[in-house]
Ligand binder design. Structure first.
Ligand SMILES: [Zn+2]
Length: 318
């Protein structure tokens, strides 16, 4: 969910305030039981914005009935998001256009930028330290498939710079969005097996599929089995889907043996409560052990991002 217009139309939900996973809130932890995870979290999918585009639009999610309150300005969005991160012990976040927030939280923000920039521009940004991840890449809002020739250069750039690429797949935007917001999108465009040749041609590509290509679980399992280098992120689906459906999707991946290649993400856009909801949706999954939650919330992303031992140690001690 990258384009500003898309975001404007993708209102979300939810007034429900979720239980803090902050390790310091011991009262809450006791109430949640012993399988609750309270360690550091890496958010592999967030957005910063450089202009006022949303005008405080709240969003009611038609799938869950929850209403999410919008942050009112770009500054309040940053302040509220960073406060939520603090509350939930989110120690790193891949933020699309993260350069806008970087100075406010340099230890935390991993700067992402997408194919809206040319390859040359991205290379320049990389040189000055303003590009750590190519993402969120979401060309399907324009009806462009991952196999489109115009995208080849971006996959190649990720290999050249040896940095990850975060690729958006279905779902994108609200239910029925093709009818009023993204007329070029179609659900079939989210099918994950499209990546096969891209991966086969670039075995060293560091790539994660954002939104875990929901709902194509069978295709995704086939892709992850055939191509051990691919990871997935849980952005958006952790709060945009009903919790049971989200958890059942994660269970499908974990039961298939892919629990070490799933990374937590929020896809926070303008509704900061989605951060709490996304964390709660995963943390309340009773089929996961605390260790499995630790992998998804932190360890898998730390490995994927190649964080130093020193940094991971620090995160776990904080
Ligand atoms: Zn997004």
């Amino acid at each position: 969910m990258k384009a500003i217009k898309n975001i404007l139309l993708f209102q979300l939900i939810l007034l429900v305030s979720c239980t803090s996973q902050n390790r310091k809130t011991e009262k809450n932890l006791a109430a949640e039981g012993s399988t609750s995870y309270s360690g550091p979290i890496i958010d592999m999918h967030c957005h910063a914005f450089d202009q006022m585009f949303f005008g405080g639009q709240d969003y009611t999610n038609p799938l869950t009935g929850k209403t999410y309150k919008a942050s009112s300005t770009i500054d309040s969005l940053r302040i509220e998001t960073l406060a939520k991160y603090k509350e939930h012990n989110v120690v790193k976040a891949m933020v699309s256009q993260g350069e806008l927030w970087f100075d406010h939280a340099p230890e935390k923000i991993i700067i992402g930028n997408s194919h809206r920039y040319s390859v040359e521009e991205l290379r320049e940004r990389f040189k000055i330290g303003k590009l750590k991840v190519i993402g969120e890449v979401a060309p399907n809002y324009q009806g462009i498939l991952p196999t489109d020739e115009s995208l080849t250069q971006y996959f190649d750039l990720a290999v050249e710079l040896d940095i990850p690429i975060g690729y958006h797949m279905f779902p994108g935007g609200p239910p029925g969005g093709a009818y009023f917001a993204y007329p070029r999108t179609r659900a079939f465009q989210g099918k994950p097996l499209q990546f096969e040749e891209i991966l086969f041609d670039r075995p060293n590509l560091k790539i994660y599929i954002m939104h875990a290509a929901w709902p194509y679980l069978e295709d995704l399992k086939a892709l992850m089995y055939a191509h051990p280098q691919i990871y997935v992120g849980l952005g958006a689906i952790c709060w945009a889907l009903p919790k049971k459906e989200f958890q059942s999707y994660v269970k499908g991946l974990v039961d298939a043996g892919f629990g070490k290649r799933i990374m937590f993400g929020t896809d926070q856009m303008m509704w900061v409560e989605t951060i709490s909801d996304g964390i709660e949706a995963l943390n309340s999954a009773d089929f996961l052990s605390v260790d499995q939650k630790a992998d998804i919330f932190y360890n898998n992303a730390a490995r994927f991002l190649e964080l130093s031992e020193e940094e991971t140690k620090r995160h776990k001690q904080e």
